[in-house]
Ligand binder design. Structure first.
Ligand code: GTP
Length: 305
């Protein structure tokens, strides 16, 4: 199945059907230490043993800013990385969040084309990346450790609203009791949130990647989600909406970059920002001046009709 990238092709509706039935992607997010990589190792092996081909893509916002990596790729998922039916792409180490997420979005398509039927996109819940990932996958899964409220403060309420499934991790040994408590808390919390789907109510499961408890059941829930969403047409609608969101995200980013780096605009930014900061100029007027300068300069290239 040949796919063309960078080429707008309006006459390939098959593309969308192709995605609908054979492939599923899930975003996995959670705070550092929630147990994501241990889970992916266990879950991934379970899936490949069941005959699936799995791809794991990481989106690591820290690598964009610091050059370091929260997701220390080399030491993680050691067994899965040796599995012939699993492909683990380390997190890209360069670029803006927009750039990194763009390559991730395209990597999803490439993995589908390469015959990987399950694609997991892992992200650390510390920034905007999980919102970006939620906008490119079929299902969004939040992994939360059985920790107290303080430790979960960093999890934004907005991201809980995006979750189709919440998995409370490390539900083994002494942690079973707190895991049950957190599960009950999230069951109540999710009831108060606006539902994203007419056919699916977000579920809260408890899992342990040590004992394996709950993981097969979690996969059953993920399949149930997919079947319901497919049958109702919501999955197709979600994917279509995502494509549109991504088109606009990319346009926005590229236009803004073009604007910021345009020689005339770039030269005036510090002065006008300074005036806005000191109160000498209103933000609206400063924006108008910059846009006017940009338009005047680009009018030859993009004539205003
Ligand atoms: N008891 C128990 N501990 C677990 C389980 N899963 C992970 N852990 C432990 O929790 C710690 C963090 O696990 P990771 O899988 O590295 O967590 P992560 O979310 O990938 O962490 P980052 O790489 O920092 O984002 C490790 O010490 C694991 O051994 C589990 O199911 N039960």
């Amino acid at each position: 199945m040949a796919r063309k990238y960078g080429v707008v092709n309006h006459t390939e509706p098959k593309d969308i059907n192709y995605r609908q039935n054979e492939y599923s992607s899930a975003g996995l997010s959670g705070p550092p230490g929630a147990g994501k990589s241990t889970f992916i190792e266990y879950f991934g092996k379970m899936l490949t043993e069941r005959g699936h081909k799995l791809s794991v893509l990481a989106v690591d916002p820290s690598s964009c800013t610091s050059g370091g990596s929260l997701l220390g790729d080399k030491t993680r998922m050691t067994e899965l990385s040796r599995d012939m039916n699993a492909y683990i792409r380390p997190s890209p180490t360069r670029g803006t969040l927009g750039g990194v997420t763009r390559t991730t979005n395209e990597a999803i398509l490439l993995c589908e084309g390469g015959g990987y039927d399950i694609i997991l996109i892992e992200t650390v819940g510390v920034g905007q990346s999980e919102f970006a990932v939620a906008d490119m996958v079929d299902m969004f899964v939040l992994l939360l450790p059985p920790a107290g409220g303080d430790e979960l403060q960093g999890i934004k309420r907005g991201i809980i609203e995006m979750a189709d499934l919440v998995a409370i991790t490390k539900s083994d040994g002494d942690l079973i009791v707190p895991a049950r408590r957190i599960q009950a808390e999230y069951v109540s919390a999710l009831k108060l949130l606006r539902r994203r789907s007419k056919v699916w109510k977000p579920k809260v499961v408890r899992i342990s990647s040590r004992s394996g408890e709950g993981i097969s059941e979690m996969w059953d829930k993920m399949k149930e989600f997919r079947d319901l969403m497919l049958a109702s047409g919501e999955l197709t609608a979600r994917r279509q909406k995502q494509q549109k969101v991504w088109m606009w995200n990319l346009i926005q980013e590229s236009v803004l970059e073009h604007f910021r780096t345009h020689p005339t605009v770039r030269g005036q930014i510090p002065l006008l920002e300074g005036k806005v900061l000191s109160g000498a100029l209103s933000p609206g007027l400063a924006a108008d001046l910059l846009l006017k300068a940009f338009k005047a300069e680009t009018n030859d290239i993009y004539p205003i009709q």
